[in-house]
Design a protein around this ligand. Structure first.
Ligand code: ADP
Ligand code: MG
Length: 348
């Protein structure tokens, strides 16, 4: 679907592993104070002084997590970094370094991997993280990317999934379901393209949702905003698998129940119109779609005045005693038990 206009193809076997690593990493510069030694030795050296170190890893596998027929490699590199930084921000920490490991087959020329790394570099620059290492190996099948993100947080500032208390407010940032609907559009256009390769897709009405799928952002801005507002959430998680499964994680780990109001779930107008077009329920999409990389957190009611007027935040419910259970209160005012669907990674 997305044509490779780059005609130059340098085969990986011609340049070898070390040549490849040099090519891919030559632009990376170190800017974090905590990065003592970056790429180029047997290991990186980091120094966080008194701060706590936060570490998180994710693995992205071609055919499972991404489809290169509509995912440009540059976007994939960007997204691989975002997915990981999002986990660091969900701890109320600041991301400082990443390592990037790839397994690639010979079907990728050097130029394709340079595209991938251009996305890695852009994301690292925008979010101010240093790429301090990684590993490179061959793969007999698809492309595999693993990113490890490292961050720092002052002792006591960290926010876990387990701190929600009855009467806390449940808050979500941004809007939900767009990345999933963007994927539906891309999948549909891929099918159209298979039938007629001359048919160029008109993505104009879907720019926001397609961008949310192909170029997600992680919410570093929210972590900084909460600090400015002097709000420390009681619990927090990032929304990678879908709102309902993240709510269940917070409730389970905090040992609490909650009510979530269907009419409070933030949806972009493009999500609503695309759901109508596909005849899908927009609440189902927001609850189960995933890949939004927004933050879901709980705050004490005392902090409500600090966030109430802020357009970044939607208060979608409140925490209850564990015996109350976990429910969605629908627009028709019925209470239905919340179930997780999330990304069903292990289903056929
Ligand atoms: P080793 O044999 O010790 O694993 P490598 O030759 O694989 O060392 O790596 C050399 C240096 O390049 C190390 O600093 C490593 O972290 C870095 N590096 C290797 N592959 C990548 C990659 N794909 N992205 C970023 N850095 C990498
Ligand atoms: Mg290595």
């Amino acid at each position: 679907m997305i044509e490779d206009k780059n005609q130059q193809r340098t085969s990986l076997s011609d340049i070898g592993e070390f040549g490849l690593i040099d090519q891919l990493t030559k632009n990376f510069k170190i800017s974090q104070k905590s990065s003592v030694k970056g790429i180029g030795d047997d290991a990186a050296i980091l120094n966080f002084d008194q701060k706590q170190v936060v570490v998180s890893t994710d693995l992205l596998v071609e055919g499972v997590h991404f489809d290169l027929s509509y995912m440009p490699l540059k976007h994939l590199g960007y997204k691989a970094i975002m997915v990981n930084l999002s986990d660091i921000y969900a701890m109320n920490a600041m991301a400082t370094q990443v390592t990037v490991s790839i397994a690639v087959s010979n079907r990728f020329p050097l130029e394709a991997l340079e595209e991938l790394y251009a996305g890695v570099e852009t994301a690292s620059q925008i979010y101010n993280v240093d790429v301090v290492g990684g590993d490179t190996t061959s793969s007999t099948s698809g492309l595999i990317i693993s990113v490890t993100a490292i961050g720092e947080v002052e002792k006591g500032d960290e926010v876990l999934r387990s701190g929600a208390k009855p009467n806390d407010l449940l808050v979500v940032t941004g809007d939900l379901g767009a990345a999933y609907m963007g994927l539906q559009i891309l999948e549909r256009e891929k099918e159209v393209f298979k039938v007629n390769p001359n048919n160029q897709p008109d993505l104009e009405p879907y720019t926001y949702i397609v961008e949310r799928q192909l170029k997600p952002e992680s919410r570093k801005d929210i972590v900084m905003l909460l600090k400015d507002l002097e709000v420390k959430p009681t619990s927090m998680i990032d929304i990678s698998d879908g709102l309902s499964s993240e709510i269940l994680h917070i409730c389970k780990q905090s040992g609490v129940g909650c009510d979530v109001y269907e009419n409070k779930i933030p949806l972009d107008p493009q999500v609503i119109s695309t759901c109508e077009e596909f005849n899908i329920d927009s609440t189902t999409v927001a609850l189960n779609g995933g890949e939004d990389y927004e933050l879901l957190f709980t705050i004490s009611q005392d902090d409500y005045p600090k966030i109430k007027a802020n357009p970044n935040f939607s208060i979608i419910g409140h925490i209850k005693e564990p015996s109350a259970g976990i429910h969605l209160v629908t627009r028709a005012d019925t209470r239905i038990p919340m179930k997780a669907q999330g990304w069903k990674s292990f289903e056929d």
